[in-house]
Design a binder for this molecule. Structure first.
Ligand code: SAH
Length: 308
């Protein structure tokens, strides 16, 4: 393109729909968090983490704030401001791609982003259309396949049912934030829950597998471990019963990251007992590695103070 045209494009069309206000790096250098500013001045956070394969996973936000108000989550305490546009989601990935490129000594060998998780601020299924469009764009314009993208949801059942009926919903991995298989405990932790949630989720899961047997390995239930709240023997038994009813799925235990809430993380002995009870019952269980907690970039710690 002629120089004049390039200059005009640069002036009129911004390269990114967001700009990084701060980038923080963890002491271990395996996690970076960016606070980014959107065109209307609102701010969200996005995280870059080194994964087990030595490549990078980007954690994207899907909303400014969140309406779900989960009691253990920092984002939940800030309330909901607005949905992110598809471009604003995709640009979190583009920001980190550029960051890794800038950082590489040999530009031909910039490190690769191999996974994207929708586990930042916001409830992705409450922003269904824009999240779906952002995934479409990512699949069309990057080297990522659908099983390298994970959408994590609080379990918005009407939207989970929509996923089931929507032929255009991509074959991405889904993670459902279960956090308790005891209805009363779950409701106390997550105001979006309700008495029949677990029963309805079991029915939804059965339908999901009926429709997409091949996606069984790509559905996970997340479980944040809160001391004496959901990590007792009673809760392990409820979770085992739940897991038996939904069939073979993976339970991902998440160590609680401190957010100033009333909760404390599970004592190591309680965590180990809970994990052992599940394993002994034949439930597939994994433990999430905590990363970036020194820069408040870990799960549930993403919050941006409202500007005065
Ligand atoms: N709204 C989506 C994405 C949220 S963040 C959802 O609810 O799934 C991704 C995961 O981090 C969720 O499972 C969420 O429940 C969990 N999480 C929230 N606060 C946390 C905390 N303080 N410590 C550990 N995990 C937390």
């Amino acid at each position: 393109m002629p120089l004049a045209m390039r200059e005009m494009l640069q002036k009129k069309i911004s390269w990114l729909s967001l700009s990084p206000a701060h980038i923080l790096e963890s002491v271990k250098k395996d996690t970076c968090k960016a606070i980014v500013e959107l065109s209307d001045g609102k701010r969200v956070e996005t995280v870059l983490m080194k994964n087990a394969r030595g490549q990078w996973t980007v954690c994207v936000s899907s909303q400014v704030g969140c309406a779900m108000a989960c009691t253990f989550c920092a984002t939940g305490s800030m309330g909901f401001t607005r949905n992110l546009l598809a471009d604003e989601i995709v640009d979190q990935y583009r920001l980190w791609t550029a960051f890794l490129y800038e950082r590489a000594e040999d530009k031909g060998k910039a490190e690769r982003i191999s996974n994207i998780v929708f586990m930042g601020m916001g409830e992705p299924l409450a922003n269904y259309d824009n999240v779906k469009e952002s995934i479409r764009l990512l699949l069309a314009h990057t080297d990522l396949g659908p099983t390298h993208i994970t959408v994590s949801t609080v379990g918005l059942l009407p939207m989970l049912r929509k996923v089931l009926r929507d032929p255009e919903w991509p074959a991405v991995r889904l993670a459902v934030s279960l956090h308790s298989a005891d209805a009363a405990t779950r409701k106390a932790m997550m105001p979006s829950s309700f008495d029949t949630f677990l029963e309805d989720l079991i029915i939804w899961t059965a339908e999901y597998f009926e429709k997409h047997e091949s996606r069984r390995r790509h559905l996970t239930f997340e479980y944040v471990m809160l001391s004496k709240v959901n990590d007792t023997e009673h809760h392990a038994e409820a979770l085992i019963r739940f897991a038996r009813r939904v069939g073979k799925v993976r339970i991902n235990l998440i160590p609680y990251n401190f957010t100033g809430s009333v909760y404390r993380d599970s004592l190591p002995a309680d965590f180990a007992r809970f994990e052992a009870l599940l394993k002994d019952a034949g439930v597939t269980v994994t433990r999430r590695r905590t990363m970036g907690d020194d820069i408040a970039a870990a799960c549930g710690q993403l919050i941006v103070e409202k500007k005065a």
